[in-house]
Ligand binder design. Structure first.
Ligand code: ATP
Length: 516
């Protein structure tokens, strides 16, 4: 199965099992907007809680807030979003499709890199054990030629985007002979800037400022509350403020399911530090955030850092944590050293002092900020895509069965325990419900009595339930139940009274938090 096929299956599975639905589907959907279903929301809440507890509870100098989505319009002038939160877009006149000009160029660069990798693979096969890859990359004329081309185009792209020279961006597309993937033609419009913020009207704001924006990031809600939290919480630098919430971007090219949406959720933390100490903290948070990701056990080799060459207007250093999705390595979290750009700018635009008096140095200053910004939906997608597994199982009688199992980290699974009576009579349903009543206070449980036990197991495999228990006639005699494990499919008999303890050890967030 190709990765593309796998991804298609995953999207279908997410819908069939109540994880993610297209928004307003009965009206043919709204592009790049999605709803979470009954299982999706449970998993999303678990991920959010894992992030929240890791940030606020495990760090005694980080507290949380929940700022409003609507903010005073001046916020977005100060943050630079009104002036600079643009994507360069270009249309193909034949297919009428719209693209991000920088993404077209980046895709072209990727293709050139693939060419180099192919040359390397060919040579590897030809030379066998004696092959020196580093030497080959440094000396092979064909590789060097392509690498030089990539370097030139990359430099031109970064500098034209930085200076806003859209004519040059178009020229690069022409020089690289980039064609529209749909029409195959090079019949392009000029490149234009497109602001990604959604606008709306608010009646009560004064007339000259009645246009307000749906926030494109949660961070600004933290910056404008910096002093409120610092003063009321008596916070001492270094300290952090965490927040989760919706953000909105009018993405030009929205694709890959919930990877790029127009309404999505971010989990952000701004860490306020002494000027000059930001690089130390930047490294600290890079390492700490990577540990959080790896703790989920999805495979250490699936993550990598990607250092930004082209920095945003507010940053003096930035890296992404990328994950290997079925469609390649892509950003899931950004760690940015944002300098004092935001606080200084809000200070200037609001006329309010946003400084910190440092009792250790006896100085007042505008703090510097390290930001960690992760997409909740992208984290959801990466967990789902690495959890999705199709398995063939040879049964005792030699026949082969198939199952789809979501190997979701147990602490993040939507349902922790399936509770089944073997049959719908003889007092077994009542007994099963009694056991469940005891456990549902601590764990998300689901009762099921329809169909064979085998079918019920499969349904729970498909939503990633780590444990299922079956209550049978023996339970009525000795209070034992069969517990069945999702990953190994092994079954064992245990005392019903021990279930809480068995589950606690495997499914509570403790299992993840302990590793941080
Ligand atoms: P990209 O380059 O993919 O557009 P970005 O660099 O603009 O992302 P940031 O502004 O750093 O993203 O936002 C932080 C995080 O928010 C991202 O790492 C991503 O996980 C998430 N995010 C950003 N835009 C979207 C979106 N349109 N849909 C879903 N998640 C998003």
């Amino acid at each position: 199965m190709t990765q593309e096929e796998l991804f298609k299956k995953l999207v279908a599975h997410a819908k069939e099992y109540g994880f993610v639905f297209q928004s307003s589907e009965i009206y043919d959907g709204l592009s790049a907007v999605y709803d979470y279903g009954q299982n999706g929301i449970e998993m999303k809440n678990n991920i959010r809680r894992y992030w929240w507890e890791a940030m606020t509870r495990l760090n005694d100098n980080i507290v949380g807030i929940d700022a409003a989505i609507f903010m005073h319009p001046k916020t977005w002038v100060a943050s630079g979003h009104v002036g600079a939160f643009n994507d360069p877009l270009i249309d193909n006149k034949d297919s009428k499709k719209r693209y991000r000009a920088d993404v077209l160029i980046e895709d072209w660069i990727q293709k050139q890199e693939d060419k180099i990798n192919k040359e390397v693979e060919k040579a590897k096969k030809r030379f066998g054990d004696t092959f020196d890859e580093a030497m080959f990359r440094e000396t092979n004329p064909r590789v060097l030629e392509v690498a030089e081309k990539i370097k030139t185009i990359n430099t031109r792209m970064v500098s034209s985007l930085d200076s806003g020279d859209l004519k040059e961006v178009k020229q690069i597309i022409e020089d690289c002979e980039i064609v529209c993937p749909i029409s195959g033609s090079r019949n392009w419009t000029e490149v234009r800037q497109f602001n990604l913020m959604f606008e709306t009207k608010m009646g009560s704001v004064s007339e000259d400022a009645d246009t307000i924006y749906l926030r494109p990031e949660t961070a600004q809600g933290i910056f404008v509350n910096y002093l409120n939290v610092q003063k009321t919480g008596r916070m001492k630098i270094p300290f952090g403020i965490a927040q989760t919430g919706k953000a909105f971007r009018n993405e030009i090219v929205a694709r890959q399911f919930i990877f790029r949406m127009r309404e999505f959720e971010q989990m952000e933390m701004q860490f306020f530090v002494r000027p000059g100490e930001e690089m130390e903290w930047y490294e600290y948070w890079k390492e700490k955030r990577m540990r959080w990701h790896k703790s989920m056990g999805l495979g250490d080799n699936k993550y990598r850092f990607h250092k930004h060459e082209k920095l945003a207007h507010y940053a003096n250093a930035a890296s992404d944590i990328e994950f290997e999705f079925p469609f390649g390595f892509k950003e899931v979290e950004g760690i940015h050293s944002r300098t004092d750009f935001d606080l200084s700018s809000h200070q200037k635009h609001s006329g309010k002092k946003l400084q910190y008096f440092d009792p250790e140095t006896n100085e007042s200053y505008v703090p510097y900020v390290i930001e960690t910004s992760i997409g909740l939906d992208r984290t959801f997608l990466l967990i789902l895509s690495s959890a999705y597994t199709e398995e063939k199982i040879t049964k005792e009688d030699g026949t082969v069965d198939e199952r789809v199992v979501l190997r979701i980290p147990p602490a993040l699974a939507p349902i922790k325990l399936g509770v089944f009576p073997l049959v719908k009579k003889d007092g077994l349903p009542e007994k099963a419900k009694m056991i469940m009543d005891e456990l549902k206070i601590d764990f998300a449980c689901q009762y099921e009595e329809k169909d064979t036990i085998g079918k019920r197991y499969r349904r729970h495999d498909a939503i990633g339930t780590p444990f299922c228990i079956t209550v049978d006639h023996q339970t009525l005699e000795d209070d034992t139940v069969t517990i069945r494990y999702r990953d190994t499919m092994a079954q064992e008999r245990v005392q019903a009274s021990r279930l809480r303890e068995i589950m606690e050890e495997k499914v509570s967030l403790r299992t993840l938090l302990k590793q941080l």
